[in-house]
Design a protein around this ligand. Structure first.
Ligand code: LLP
Length: 381
């Protein structure tokens, strides 16, 4: 069971994000144990959570950084990620972002289109430098996750379609200021069963075979992120199954001796160490139901409103052995501002403190100021 410093919580204004760095450390240890001696490198996807308190142990564990904006690259550099371990992904890198990333000598650009490739080549040539590039391939694989967070289908905006990959590769080979170092894939997020990854291995192996017959070798194969976590019962799987995940690749993808396999994990690194801590403002009787109205809202944690996601709700202060059924809602003027319907919780009162679990990824980073609300603070221990 997760341990919360409750007396500390009671002194603080709510809502706030709480991060348990002990859980994060265990998670990072499990990643490195899962990798073992394999030539695997994990780049942490900062988009999941760029809080510096989390980045420090992530840097110390030896992970690189997967960034999608100059803002993230700057945060990564400040946190101490070595520039050559920073990869820059994203379908719409602006000119000024490319300029900054070239000057910072980041490790690699994950390029998503021919026009972007040509722009990077031109800007690198103007600076007389060579840019490392991995081509993001859209492998047309259904990750069977929420349609807002699936990315590897032809209908999605991401990556270079398989039919256009030959063209993109020959542009790379013709450009003296581009060094083609790899292929990049990412099929989606919150993937909870491994079959889509096995299919991805097949696709990657086919491509490696096709291009090695033409004498083209990729130093890096980057298979993206997406490993899911258990939102319903976080305590039963506080540390995601990294070994099982890496084993899929070990068992299904043969690398040449000099090749590296890269991963971009976000959620599975950061989610389980974080909770959104909130106070009960009112318990309100409705018609045929009871509402717990809390001081956190969709502005602090948007995942339930945006994806219909559910974060386990725990009452940390009620000592009642009696339970009741409640809808747990926030104060925002939107009906979608609801964290849980028909939740069975201990009998709850004004002033009780609730934890919305598994909120360390895509929580704080997605907070916003709608209704002129402040962005929640964060507390670590
Ligand atoms: N690499 C690329 C290219 C990505 O687009 C993403 C996530 C990742 C890596 C990291 O994926 P992860 O290991 O975290 O699944 N806001 C949504 C999730 C959006 C994911 C976007 N891309 C949510 O709250 O569920």
């Amino acid at each position: 069971m997760a341990q919360f410093p409750l007396s500390e919580f009671q002194k603080r204004p709510t809502p706030f994000y709480y991060y348990d760095l002990g859980v994060l450390d265990e998670t990072l240890k499990a990643i490195n144990e899962g990798i073992g001696q394999s030539p695997y490198h994990v780049h942490y996807a900062l988009k999941a959570n760029a809080n510096p308190a989390l980045l420090t142990p992530i840097v110390a564990a030896g992970l690189g950084a997967d960034c999608v904006s100059v803002g993230e690259i700057k945060v990564a550099l400040n946190a101490g990620f070595p520039a050559d371990k920073i990869f820059f992904a994203g379908v719409g890198k602006s000119d000024s972002e490319i300029d900054f990333a070239l000057d910072a000598h980041i490790g690699c650009f994950n390029v998503e289109s021919l026009p972007e490739l040509k722009l990077i080549a031109e800007m690198a040539s103007n600076k007389s430098i060579i840019a490392n590039v991995a081509l993001r391939v859209n492998p047309n694989i259904d990750a069977h996750t929420h349609h807002y967070i699936t990315t590897g289908l032809e209908e999605n905006k991401f990556g270079i379609a398989l039919e256009m990959l030959d063209d993109a590769i020959s542009v790379c080979l013709r450009q003296p200021n581009i060094r083609l170092c790899g292929l990049h894939f990412h099929i989606g997020s919150q993937i909870t069963y491994m079959e889509p990854y096995r299919i991805l291995c097949e696709r990657v192996a086919q491509l490696m075979k096709k291009y090695s017959a033409q004498g083209i070798r990729f130093d890096i194969i980057n298979v993206g992120g997406g490993l899911g976590i258990d939102y319903d019962d976080p305590d039963s799987q506080l540390i995601p199954k990294f070994k099982e995940f890496f084993d899929i690749f070990r068992n299904n993808l043969n690398l040449a001796p000099e090749q590296q396999l890269h991963f971009e994990l976000g959620r599975s690194v950061a989610a389980q160490c974080g909770s959104l801590i909130t106070r009960v403002l009112y318990v309100k009787e409705g018609v045929g139901k009871k509402f717990i109205i809390v001081d956190a809202g969709m502005t602090d944690l948007i995942r339930p409103a945006l994806y219909g996601a559910h974060h386990k709700i725990e009452n940390l202060t009620s000592d009642s052995s009696l339970t009741d059924e409640y809808d747990v809602v926030g104060p925002i003027c939107e009906s979608s501002d609801c964290f849980g319907k028909d939740e069975i919780l201990p009998v709850t009162h004004r002033g009780d403190i609730l934890a919305l679990r598994s909120a360390g990824a895509y929580g704080e980073v997605m907070a916003m100021g709608y209704n002129m609300r402040p962005i929640p603070a964060s507390v670590v221990s």
